[in-house]
Design a protein around this ligand. Structure first.
Ligand code: SF4
Length: 509
């Protein structure tokens, strides 16, 4: 059994006369969300999302965090040069963190690029493309700080049942491995009323889940002098009717306070799930990383979270092989991982990121050492994840059905969704039972577990389907993609949201 994917329904009704666009996204969720805005801006400017062929406008939304990001970008730009030589009207734009960092270098190394824009001026893209076309000259515009909060821009949402909502951009911390502070600037917080208005508009359009997004959500409010602002925001989300799941990423262990734990535990629609980046279990390495918490504080947070939410699924990020990391330091990381019982861990091998303080530190470790430690860490975490998932067998979970498919779903005819704590669940619809749509909810027992997912093969009596507004919105978007667009949607039937059309909301939580 397969569900139609969002990709499958994109632009079946595209107008052949209109120009098309494609956004190629690299990097983190912040970039994924920025790409939704880039798509919204281009659709607002009259472009259609491309199907199959190379688009008339190709935008690279780049990331500077990964090693060799620039080589990959120039490789991709090189491949597009031949296409552009054959189609001179085609335009190429480069934005995101690498553009913010490399600026003129991009136009020097790839002079066939038409526009370069930074992380602070996404909204300028349509104007830059238009200017480049009119003047027949590449346009470069990078701002040092934010002019307009990105959430005020039109957004082409990738999902009808779930959405990202930015609460802040930038970061006031100075972790030595991270390029974000120099590329995204100091933290800027959005006012709570604006955030809640965007969430309400998303929910009115059918979404049942939102993820609040910021580089460091726990310092949210510092710009307008309210240290309790994030906990208040979570509680305010609790009173938005129709909003069934609230998640957030990323918190920071140094700034994570008990009022947030209380708000999570006491607000029923906040998911029992926490992504808490550890980075290292060695206090010496945390100091070198300029991360101001220590391992005991980190473990204390997890204990308090589990005290209030015993079934919370906790995930993390860990960097292996930071400069100067000894075997003893690494062992400290293994010890913290063993005690933390993470449901999932995103593990990274340290690699130099030009422009970060850690890139100049002595004692960079040989690749072989980093690789060997990485394998030990992932083996440990895989074992823990398998044990934690095995403990879920027998539990009844409510799953939000998604349009994503597991690798084996075609073969097993299972559908896929996420439990309330975000665990991935592949499930069978019992013979004769109603099939859910993406955005609907099913309640069923966990019958099997593996390291990275749960399986449910329920009996008919164990399976309950709850149709939702999000499922209705999914149906509408499918119907619209096959017919004439309805007011308030883009020609593709995708959801086009922009703050200017949102209902005004002046009350802060
Ligand atoms: S908290 Fe540290 S790792 Fe996270 S964005 Fe800020 S500087 Fe980067």
């Amino acid at each position: 059994m397969t569900l139609p994917s969002l990709d499958a329904r994109q632009h079946t009704d595209a107008d052949p006369e209109r120009r098309t666009y494609e956004v190629r996204t690299y990097g983190c969720q912040m970039n994924v969300h920025d790409s939704e805005r880039i798509s919204g801006l281009l659709e607002d400017a009259g472009l259609d999302r491309a199907e199959g062929t190379v688009a008339d406008v190709v935008v690279f939304n780049t990331c500077a965090v990964r090693e060799n990001a620039d080589n990959k970008l120039y490789g991709n730009l090189g491949m597009l040069k031949a296409v552009k030589d054959a189609r001179p009207d085609m335009q190429i734009a480069v934005g995101g963190c690498l553009a913010q960092k490399d600026r003129e270098t991009i136009l020097r190394r790839a002079p066939w690029v038409d526009a370069v824009f930074g992380t602070h001026n996404i909204g300028a893209l349509p104007a830059l493309l238009e200017r480049a076309r009119h003047n027949a000259e590449a346009q470069l515009e990078i701002l040092e700080s934010l002019d307009v909060f990105p959430s005020t821009l039109p957004t082409r949402r990738e999902s009808v049942y779930a959405g990202w909502v930015s609460i802040s951009v930038g970061c006031n911390n100075t972790c030595t491995f991270c390029i974000v502070p120099s590329l995204r600037g100091k933290e800027r917080d959005r006012r709570p009323g604006e955030i809640l208005a965007e969430i309400e508009a998303l929910v009115a359009d059918g979404a049942v889940e939102v993820t609040l997004l910021g580089q460091n959500v726990n310092s949210y409010g510092s710009e307008f002098g309210d240290r309790g602002a994030f906990a208040k925001l979570l509680r305010a989300c609790g009173s938005i009717e129709g909003l069934e799941r609230v998640r957030f990423t990323s918190p920071h262990p140094a700034a994570f306070t008990d009022d947030v734990i209380d708000a999570m535990a006491e607000t029923p629609n906040v998911s029992p799930q926490l992504h808490m980046p550890l980075q290292s279990g060695s206090d010496r390495i945390l100091r070198a990383m300029r991360r101001s918490y220590r391992s005991t504080r980190f473990l204390g947070i997890l204990e308090r979270v589990r005290d209030r939410m015993p079934h919370a699924a906790i995930s993390t990020d860990i960097i292996v092989g930071f400069p100067g990391e000894t075997e003893e330091d690494f062992q400290a990381t293994l010890d913290v991982v063993e005690q933390s019982r993470f449901a999932t861990a995103f593990t990274f091998q340290y690699s130099k990121r030009p422009g970060t303080p850690a890139a100049d530190l002595p004692d960079q470790l040989p690749k072989a050492v980093v690789q060997e430690r990485f394998e030990r860490l992932t083996a440990l975490q895989d074992r823990i994840a398998a044990e934690e998932n095995a403990a879920q067998v027998g539990r009844t979970v409510e799953v939000l059905v998604t349009d994503q498919q597991g690798r084996k779903d075609d073969r097993t005819h299972r559908l896929t969704g996420r439990a309330q704590d975000q665990r991935l669940v592949h499930f069978t619809v019992p013979e004769g039972a109603s099939v859910p749509r993406p955005g609907d909810f099913v309640t069923l027992p966990v019958t099997e577990a593996a390291s990275f997912h749960l399986i449910s093969d329920p009996l008919p009596s164990e399976y309950a389907l709850r149709r939702s507004r999000a499922g209705d919105a999914w149906d509408r978007s499918l119907a619209e993609s096959c017919g004439a667009p309805t007011p308030g949607t883009t020609p593709s039937g995708s959801v086009l949201l922009g703050m200017p059309s949102l209902p005004a909301r002046s009350t802060a939580p």
